[in-house]
Unconditional design. Structure first.
Length: 187
């Protein structure tokens, strides 16, 4: 479900039934794609892997945040590692889970790094500040699609074509400060 609903965005934009719901939903989905990766979630990026005939291990550069018994979803790591797994052993820099019928491999690196996502513990649709930020981003995306150059000015008060610049997130960063993932603020 999108953080901003079609009905909410239609109401704010005042477009009624002028545009199809599918077009409005695309804008709601785009706002989610921009905002959700900035929010704190339990994710880590494995850089290497190894396996025995009964276990697989993923290794990390930085200390990770999983515990024994967590159910994690592993993606971008190859068919032998991808899927939903229950952790059987955890160290600061690795996680291990049970597999079957595998051939043993030594520690090998991933290129590019995979993705391990832990249990989702926060429902962002219940956080009003995050919802308002998503709505604001959706309005900006809609305005960029339908009314180019309107309302976006550079420091010398001249119209700017860069509505969808890095300033898009800067406009809502104060609303989502409590929910930002520190890793998303690099750069």
């Amino acid at each position: 479900m999108s953080l901003t609903t079609v009905a909410e965005l239609k109401s704010v934009l005042g477009v009624g039934s002028l545009y199809p719901d599918a077009t409005i939903q695309e804008v709601c989905d785009a706002a989610d794609v921009v905002l959700i990766p900035m929010l704190a979630v339990k994710t880590e990026f494995p850089i290497a892997h190894s396996k025995t005939t009964t276990t697989a291990t993923l290794y990390f550069d930085n200390p990770q945040q999983f515990i024994v018994g967590d159910s994690v979803v592993i993606t971008n790591s190859g068919s032998a590692w991808n899927g939903t797994k229950t952790l059987t052993a955890v160290t600061d820099y690795s996680i291990t889970y049970t597999i079957s019928a595998a051939t043993e491999t030594d520690k090998n690196t991933f290129s590019p790094a995979g993705l391990v996502t832990g249990d989702v513990t926060t429902d962002w649709t219940l956080d009003m500040a995050v919802q308002q930020a998503a709505l604001m981003i959706a309005v900006e995306i809609w305005q960029a699609r339908t009314a180019t150059l309107s309302g976006s000015n550079s420091v010398d008060f001249q119209p700017s074509p860069y509505r969808m610049s890095a300033q898009l997130l800067a406009k809502v960063r104060g609303l989502i400060a409590h929910a930002l993932d520190p890793r998303s603020m690099v750069g």
